[in-house]
Design a protein around this ligand. Structure first.
Ligand SMILES: *[C@@H]1O[C@H](CO)[C@@H](O)[C@H](O)[C@H]1NC(C)=O
Ligand SMILES: *[C@@H]1O[C@H](CO)[C@@H](O)[C@H](O)[C@H]1NC(C)=O
Ligand SMILES: CC(=O)N[C@H]1CO[C@H](CO)[C@@H](O)[C@@H]1O
Length: 338
C-alpha cells in the first residue's frame, strides 16, 4: 500500500532531520516554486493529488499569498489538514477551510515564553523611555540633550487584553516585577489559570490599567479594538504594549494620543501595515519599536517547527491535530484509529 503524501510549502530551518524522518509514515513532497500562480498551476495539474496534509511555513505567505477564499477551494481534494507555522493564522481563511472539510492547526503554545519575554522587554523600555539614552550613547552624546526620568513597574496595574497562553506568561513576568495584574478575556479563566489576576470588564481594563498589554488574536471583532474612543478612556500617562497583531490598534489614534501626552510611551513589535511603520511612530523618541521579532529565538523557532511536524504526524497517522485552531473545535472527534 502506498503511503499518503505530505507537502511542505516554504522551508524548514531547524528540523530538517525530523522532516526527513517523516518519510517513515508519508511520501514527502516540497513546493519549490516562487509564485501564487505557479502554485495554483501545480495544484490544477494534479501534482499534489495524493497530498493529505501540508506544512505551511509563515514565510510561505510571501510566495503563495494568503490561503483565502480564492485559493482554498483550489487545493487538492485529497487535502484534509493544513499545519501552519505561526501562532497567528490571519493569513488563512478558516471558514473557507471548514467548508472544504480542511482542518487547520497553528503553533500557539510554542511561542508563549518568547513572546511574553519581548512584551516585558518592550514594557521596561517604554517605562524608561529607553530609546533616547539607548541611541544617544552610541552617538557619543551620553544621555542625550534632555535626559528624562522613567517609571518603575512596581505597584503599577498591568492590564492584559486576552488571557491565553501568552497573556498568562506576561502575567507571571509582571508579578515578578511587583505589578498588580488584571485581565479581560471573552470568557473568564478557571481559578487555577487565573491565579491572583483580577477579571475585569473590557471597559474597566481600559480605564484602570497603568500598562496595557495586548494579547488577543486578530479577528473581525478585534480589528481596531484600541482606537480613539479607548485612548480617551485610558489613564493619563498610560503605556501600551503590543506583541500580538498591528491591526488591533488604530495607529493614527495611537500617534495622536502619544503626541498629546495621554500615552506616556508605547512598546511595539507589530504594526498595522507591516513592514511599513507609521511616520508618527518612527519620529517619536518616546516609543520603543521592534521589527516583529517576538518569536525570533533559536529555541522557539525550533519548537514551532517541531510542533508543526507533530501536528502533521498526528494528522496522517491518527486523523487528528494536536493544536487545532479554536474556531474548528467542532472537528474534534474521539480518535478511534490509534
Ligand atoms: C507571518 O506572516 C505575516 C504575513 O502573512 C507577517 O505579517 C508576519 O510578520 C509574519 N510573522 C513573523 C513572526 O514573521
Ligand atoms: C478566553 O476566552 C475565549 C473565548 O471565550 C476562550 O475560548 C478561551 O478559552 C479563554 N481563555 C482561557 C485561557 O480560558
Ligand atoms: C481574548 C483573546 O482573544 N485572547 C487570546 C490571547 O491569545 C491566546 C493565545 O496565546 C488565545 O488563546 C486567546 O484566546
Amino acid at each position: 500500500m502506498s503511503k499518503p503524501a505530505v507537502l511542505l510549502i516554504g522551508s524548514l530551518t531547524h528540523t530538517k532531520k525530523e522532516w526527513e524522518d517523516c518519510e517513515s509514515f508519508a511520501t514527502l513532497k516540497v513546493y519549490t516554486g516562487s509564485s501564487r500562480a505557479e502554485f495554483l498551476a501545480e495544484c490544477e495539474k494534479g501534482s499534489y493529488k495524493d497530498v493529505v496534509a501540508l506544512y505551511r511555513s509563515n514565510e510561505s505567505t510571501s510566495i503563495t499569498g494568503p490561503f483565502d477564499a480564492e485559493l482554498v477551494p483550489k487545493l487538492p481534494p485529497s487535502l484534509k489538514y493544513i499545519c501552519h507555522n505561526g501562532a497567528g493564522y490571519d493569513n488563512i481563511d478558516i471558514d473557507a477551510c471548514s467548508s472544504q472539510g480542511i482542518q487547520v492547526s497553528s503553533t500557539p503554545v510554542a511561542v508563549n515564553s518568547a513572546t511574553a519575554d519581548i512584551a516585558l522587554f518592550l514594557m521596561l523600555g517604554a517605562l524608561r523611555r529607553i530609546h533616547m539614552p539607548y541611541s544617544s550613547i552610541r552617538e557619543s552624546k551620553w544621555r542625550g540633550p534632555s535626559p528624562q526620568l522613567g517609571h518603575d513597574p512596581q505597584n503599577k496595574v498591568l492590564g492584559i487584553l486576552g488571557m491565553g497562553g501568552i497573556g498568562r506568561e506576561v502575567a507571571i513576568r509582571g508579578r515578578a516585577f511587583g505589578m498588580k495584574v488584571q485581565y479581560y478575556n471573552r470568557s473568564r479563566l478557571s481559578s487555577e489559570l487565573e491565579g491572583d489576576a483580577k477579571y475585569v470588564t473590557f471597559e474597566e481594563l481600559i480605564r484602570t490599567s497603568d500598562v496595557l498589554s495586548l494579547n488577543c488574536s486578530l479577528r473581525k471583532e478585534t480589528v481596531g479594538i484600541i482606537g480613539k474612543k479607548e485612548f480617551e478612556m485610558m489613564k493619563e500617562g498610560v503605556i501600551l504594549i503590543n506583541t500580538a497583531r498591528g491591526k488591533l490598534i488604530d495607529e493614527g489614534a495611537l500617534v495622536a494620543a502619544l503626541d498629546s501626552g495621554k500615552v506616556f510611551s508605547a512598546g511595539l513589535d507589530v504594526y498595522e501595515e507591516e513592514p511599513k511603520v507609521h511616520e508618527g511612530l518612527l519620529n517619536n523618541p518616546n516609543v520603543v519599536l521592534l521589527p516583529h521579532i517576538g518569536t525570533a529565538t533559536v529555541e522557539t523557532q525550533r519548537n514551532m517547527e517541531l510542533l508543526v511536524l507533530e501536528n502533521l504526524e498526528n494528522a496522517v497517522t491518527k486523523g487528528d491535530l494536536v493544536t487545532r485552531v479554536p474556531e474548528q473545535a467542532h472537528f474534534r472527534q474521539p480518535s478511534t484509529r490509534l
